[in-house]
Design a protein around this ligand. Structure first.
Ligand code: TXA
Ligand code: MG
Length: 333
């Protein structure tokens, strides 16, 4: 299959909506990461998403809507608290897990009786959903297990030849995925930290729990946490900031080609053939925006190991640390 790549103007959006309505696959920008969209009510189209990504069928997709009222099309028994959250955080990077409406396909929910729904803030995403006149099921538009795409070029790398169209809307602004919040539990539980922070959710919800993804419970509640994610090809090591220099020095001494993701890049100015340094911004918002592209850049340089220093686990730092831990895989720290 030939994959078209078009700058996301009006004509391209109309063309994209036609493809979605015909059961095809379109990658499109959201404010978090690029999504790989299909008509959420078309079983064949949804199945193609799993095939294109090589994603296991029990890892459910998020359904994207263009208006808060459309929540009743895909979910039922919606608690008042969920509506309160939509008022505060939609459109935006918050995904709500709710009991699914009859019409929502099991193919979308991975066999679960719940559905994950979000209303994205990116105008291109919303225009595409509106023009397609259907809810759009969309996982991140990466090959399964790879870092999520924050630029159209990342989607090309992973999915060219496997999908119909990529709408290029430039780099995404948040850079990590939405927060997934399970509203079927009391108190609600964050299954995946993301663009809306725990602190912001506490403001509206009072009490909210954070799923401990190292626990066995995680696999049952959040199917996505069963698998290694966001993984560069290189091995990833998370270290304390003060361990960074000695760890890097010892890996280079062992003959490894080392990539370093660091906010202290000034410490690595001495040129070394076995070292590739990517300087990261110190503020967490900019760090999140840069993270997945940085992992892909280090991979492209063919490093054996990527060493990353921990960031503070507050605000967006929770989402960043979650992605770094998963990128390290089960054997990672
Ligand atoms: O920001 C985002 O959320 C992006 C953009 C494209 O919207 N999408 C995204 O989708 O990250 P994906 O498929 O890569 O991640 C969806 C996550 C997975 O961890 C999945 O397990 C979880 O949401 N999920 C989906 N439906 C669920 C459900 N019914 N119950 C629990 N978790 C669910
Ligand atoms: Mg994903």
């Amino acid at each position: 299959m030939r994959t078209e790549v078009l700058s996301a103007d009006e004509a391209a959006l109309a063309h994209a909506a036609q493809i979605i309505r015909a059961g095809g696959l379109v990658a499109f920008p959201t404010e978090t990461v690029y999504g790989l969209g299909a008509d959420a009510l078309n079983e064949n189209a949804v199945k193609k998403v799993f095939l294109a990504k090589e994603r296991p069928p029990d890892d459910p997709l998020i359904v994207h809507i263009a208006h808060p009222q459309e929540l009743i099309i895909v979910a039922q028994n919606i608690p008042q608290l969920a509506w309160d959250l939509t008022k505060r955080f939609w459109p935006g990077p918050l995904t709500l897990v709710l009991p699914k409406a009859e019409r929502v396909l099991k193919a979308v929910t991975g066999g679960l009786e719940t559905v994950a729904v979000r209303m994205p803030a990116h105008p291109i995403a919303r225009k595409l959903i509106e023009a397609s006149r259907c809810p759009i099921a969309a996982p991140s538009a990466n090959r399964f297990g790879r870092p999520s795409p924050t630029r159209a070029e990342h989607v090309v790398e992973d999915l060219a030849g496997r999908i119909d169209l990529i709408l290029d809307g430039g780099p995404t602004s948040i850079g990590v995925e939405s927060t997934v919040l399970d509203m079927t539990q009391e108190p609600p539980m964050v299954l995946r930290p993301g663009g809306v922070t725990l602190e912001e959710l506490r403001d509206v919800l009072g009490e909210v729990r954070l799923l401990d993804s190292s626990q066995r419970e995680a696999a049952r509640r959040s199917p996505g946490t069963r698998y290694r994610h966001y993984a560069p090809r290189a091995k990833l090591m998370l270290v304390e900031p003060e361990q960074l220099e000695p760890v890097v020095a010892s890996l280079i001494a062992q003959g490894q080609k080392v990539g370093v993701l660091t906010v202290q890049s000034s410490k690595f100015t001495v040129p070394s053939s076995g070292l590739v340094t990517v300087g990261m911004p110190t503020d967490l918002t900019s760090y999140a925006r840069r993270l997945f592209a940085a992992l892909r850049e280090l991979d492209a340089q063919g490093v054996d190991v990527i060493v990353v220093e921990r960031v503070a686990e507050r605000g967006l730092g929770r989402a960043i640390m979650d992605r770094l831990r998963r990128a390290g895989g089960p054997e990672g720290t």
